[in-house]
Design a protein around this ligand. Sequence first.
Ligand SMILES: C[S@@+](CC[C@H](N)C(=O)[O-])C[C@H]1O[C@@H](n2cnc3c(N)ncnc32)[C@H](O)[C@@H]1O
Length: 240
Amino acid sequence: MSTKRGVLYGIGVGPGDPDLITVKALDILKRVPHIFAAASSKNEYSLAQNVVLKHLPDAQVEQLSFPMTKDKDTLVSAWKANANRTLEFLNSGTDAAFVTLGDPMTYSTFSYLHRTIKQMVPDLRVIIVPGVTSYHAAASLACTPLAEGEESFHLVSGVRNPSRLREILETSENVVVLKTYRSFDDIRRTLEESNLVDRAVCVMRCGLEGETVLQDLRSLTSEQMPYLSLIIVKRKGIGP
Ligand SMILES: C[S@@+](CC[C@H](N)C(=O)[O-])C[C@H]1O[C@@H](n2cnc3c(N)ncnc32)[C@H](O)[C@@H]1O
């Protein structure tokens, strides 16, 4: 008789504050025998892992390396290696979870693992548990609604091209920019040119040590911006 393959769980653990993990996520993590977390190859530090260990200090968490590069071949071979490592457990009948910061279906390494592993094993059973996103936590911290009434809301990550950001700012009432550390100086300049710099708020390290909410974007430079930073822009202005 062949072994029944394990289930892969994609688990969002929230934006970093251990209290923002869901009850459902924690229940699954308590019973899954093996947990994976993403670690960047440049930084062997997984915040998602820290959230898990805060609740389950004895949990087995293995880091999978997702290189921070644009080189497609390097990326594809890392995704395949991570998928194969995960399949070693699943194929032996063991359930496994992959934990990710925020929500697993929003700019998350989980989507790469999920896509690659589903190409290898199309009938694999996958259960995904949503997480509180960074920008939902940041909007609450800054007491700023993300959208009201019939307003639109645009989420974008690391806009390197200022004309693209200008276009987004012209067409959406509310804009959230993730990965602002990449090109903050350009983002600030574009906000200034669009007369929106006073209608933006920057949230850094939301729910973590060093948490900062800053409305004066003019005083900030790219170098001061940690990886965990985002900007909320509202045409009507920041605040309730
Ligand atoms: C790869 S994306 C991950 C998004 C995540 N899956 C989510 O649902 O929020 C990484 C970016 O999310 C934002 N981010 C994640 N956690 C954050 C936090 N605690 N405080 C501020 N920004 C955060 C930053 O813009 C960071 O560069």
